[in-house]
Design a protein around this ligand. Structure first.
Ligand code: DX5
Ligand code: ZN
Length: 554
């Protein structure tokens, strides 16, 4: 089974926007903590949790216990997307008589636990897990806790109990965002190591400071440390936790409070404050502009692709772009599914398989079984029937569905029926067949045309720019609307893969900031630009944004 990466990613993006909408309408709520657990919730709801939204009390269901109850907007937004109630009901958040309150309660269908008084969710979860075991039911319990709430003594009583009773149908997830209420956990009650100053990135960079896992290990728990915003790491950790028998498991997920909206990130102010309505369209645009970097390994040593994959892992790439060429669809020949199968065990990073082959419908199954997470086939060698079959096979295997078009190919009429559910559209900016070619400038104009057609046809996926993408043009590719960026010669072809990926991200961040300031200007002139920039109080952000506004003449 694939990772279902894009289903999780698309729902996580929607859930973030729903949190912003609901809290801005309510004028109160907890966006920061809803965002730090966003990918965790997405993985649980759209990959692992067994539930029936039409029958919330189904006996054999799994149970999700949100112990950090104040993050109820994050829970409710996912429950609405999962079908427990209509999305429009989120607009009643925190209103008198609404089923959706500031902290979850049992009035809301699907809520398992009245969270909010912190520190008690784990105890409740252990009771549920033990009851299921005694009743012989297959129920698995997932508990999401905040790091601040583990200051509560009751948590550690529960930790001992779970270990004593070997509660292995319970997976706890610690949303380790280093912030509680109006300050930093490592200042208030250090779980790892005392934080001097308020630069949280220190806690991320230096794994030797990570001590909280040792606390749980010493209580007899299986501990898995991950980056809590990497879907593939969360998925892998949940799988491992559920396969671990005889001991309870906890996933220590390092996260960023307010992740996805720059002015909220690492900013205690957004623990319990709602965004103002005037900023919502800009924040939505920001949430829609999260981007991925996908190094193309064929630009490296073809005799040692294992090492090229390792360079991507070390570089913290978001995807690994695998260019399969059959020597027919394109003159060149690279590798096929047997090589992908060999590379698969090296990393959990999503495999973004780009099939430049004839008759893909006959071969796609091999690439599913090789462990691809996203498979893209070319429109030039498909029609409605063959692409329909490919689409069905990929969906059934929880693999992302991609369509690619060559520089001189427009979106074929038959593809329109698939656009609303399509996960990825690769817009080739070179004639496919090798890396190291120059970006075809006409692609910018073509992208503008495509964006209109895609919006008309309700595209919710991601555009991947592939071919000749460099540090010089990635900003304009981003502004065109691409959100995934393949880099062959510009990344794998370079010495320092981690360094160049970091530069790619900086270029994207600059282009995004510029786009959002222009959006603020469009909506409210210089006044709204100034207000938008003033929100960015953490680190150097404000000065950097002021510089961009100056460049734009605002
Ligand atoms: C070309 C491939 C691209 C290529 C990218 O047919 O689909 O993925 O390898 O390499 P650069 O970035 O060097 O153009
Ligand atoms: Zn490619």
């Amino acid at each position: 089974m694939g990772l279902n990466y894009y289903r999780i990613k698309k729902n996580t993006r929607k859930a973030r926007k729903l949190v912003i909408r609901a809290t801005s309408i309510a004028g109160s709520g907890h966006p920061g903590g809803s965002f730090s657990m966003a990918e965790i919730m997405g993985c649980i709801f759209f990959k692992h949790l067994r539930y029936d939204p039409k029958n919330p009390q189904w006996e054999d269901r799994d149970k999700l216990v949100l112990s950090k109850g104040h993050a109820s907007p994050g829970l409710f937004s996912n429950m609405a997307l999962a079908g427990y109630f209509d999305i429009s009901e989120l607009d009643t958040l925190r209103q008198l008589g609404s089923r959706l309150q500031g902290h979850p309660d049992l009035k809301c269908p699907g809520v398992e636990f009245c969270g909010g008084s912190l520190g008690i969710g784990l105890s409740f979860s252990i009771g549920s897990a033990l009851a299921a075991r005694i009743d012989g039911r297959p129920t698995r319990v997932f508990t999401v806790m905040g790091d601040g709430e583990t200051d509560e003594g009751q948590v550690w009583e529960a930790a001992m109990t779970a270990s004593k009773y070997k509660v292995d149908n319970l997976t706890a997830i610690l949303d380790r965002n280093f912030i509680q209420q109006d300050s930093y956990t490592e200042k208030i009650m250090p779980l790892d190591e005392e934080l001097v100053g308020d630069d949280l990135s220190e806690m991320w960079r230096d794994a030797s400071r990570w001590k909280v896992g040792d606390k749980w290990r010493s209580f007899g728990w299986n501990v898995i440390d991950i980056d809590g915003h990497r879907i593939e790491q969360i998925d892998n950790a949940i799988k491992k936790a559920m396969q671990t028998k005889g001991v309870p498991s906890i996933i220590v997920a390092r996260t960023i409070k307010g992740k996805g909206v720059e002015h909220m990130e690492d900013n205690p102010k957004w623990h319990g404050q709602a965004p103002k309505k005037e900023f919502v369209p800009i924040i939505d645009m920001e949430i829609d502009s999260q981007s991925m970097i996908a190094p193309s390994i064929i630009a490296g040593d073809m005799t040692n692709l294992e090492n090229e994959v390792k360079r991507c892992v070390n570089g913290r790439a978001d995807y690994i772009h695998l260019d399969v060429m059959d020597g027919q669809f394109v003159p060149n020949k690279t590798f096929d599914h047997t090589k992908i199968k060999e590379l698969r065990p090296l990393t959990v990073i999503p495999f973004d398989t780009h099939l430049m082959i004839n008759e893909p419908v006959r071969h796609v199954r091999d690439y599913i079984e090789a462990g691809s997470d996203i498979i893209t086939v070319h429109a030039e060698v498909c029609d409605a029937s063959s692409f329909g079959q490919i689409n069905d096979m990929l969906r059934a295997s929880e693999v992302g569905v991609g369509l690619a078009i060559n520089p001189d190919t427009e979106l074929p009429e038959w593809s329109k029926e698939f656009i609303p559910t399509l996960d990825q559209l690769i817009v080739m900016s070179v004639v496919p067949g090798k890396s190291g070619q120059k970006y075809i400038e006409a692609t910018h104009e073509k992208m503008h045309r495509l964006i209109g057609i895609l919006q008309e046809n309700k595209f919710e996926g991601y555009i991947e720019a592939d071919g000749g993408v460099t540090l010089d043009n990635i900003g304009s590719c981003f502004v065109d609307g691409a959100r995934a960026f393949v880099g062959g010669s510009a990344i794998i072809g370079q010495q320092d893969v981690r360094g160049v990926i970091r530069e790619f991200r900086n270029k994207i961040a600059y282009a995004r900031r510029r786009m959002l300031i222009q959006k603020a200007y469009e909506l409210g002139g210089k006044e709204l630009v100034a207000k938008w920039i003033d929100l960015h109080i953490i680190g150097e952000k404000k000065n950097q944004l002021l510089q961009i506004a100056k460049e734009l003449g605002y």
